[in-house]
Design a protein around this ligand. Sequence first.
Ligand SMILES: [Zn+2]
Length: 107
Amino acid sequence: MTTPVAVDTYVKIEDPDPSECSLTEGQHGHRLSSEHINLLCHQTAKEYICRLCIIQFPDKAPMTFPLHSSHHCLIDHCEDEHPLQCDYIASLTQEQLIEAQNRLNGV
Ligand SMILES: [Zn+2]
């Protein structure tokens, strides 16, 4: 999946080995992992919907991803578009994560 992003800000940060797939920013940016996906995206029967888009841009249509999308794509989007929220989510402890997920599931 290629997204025409403004590369200037992100690349250049010490990645001497460009052979690693298209996820150039993946090397240093990914503090989030699959266990955070539930918090980042709401999964419906058809697709993932970015929760952070809904929170941050309530007036716009949220980003959606097909169910077969890799978690990488979802995380990439969130870290690009919602860096502050990602910081916060990444800073949660395991306990807080579970608690937050439980809260979500209760809705
Ligand atoms: Zn989003």
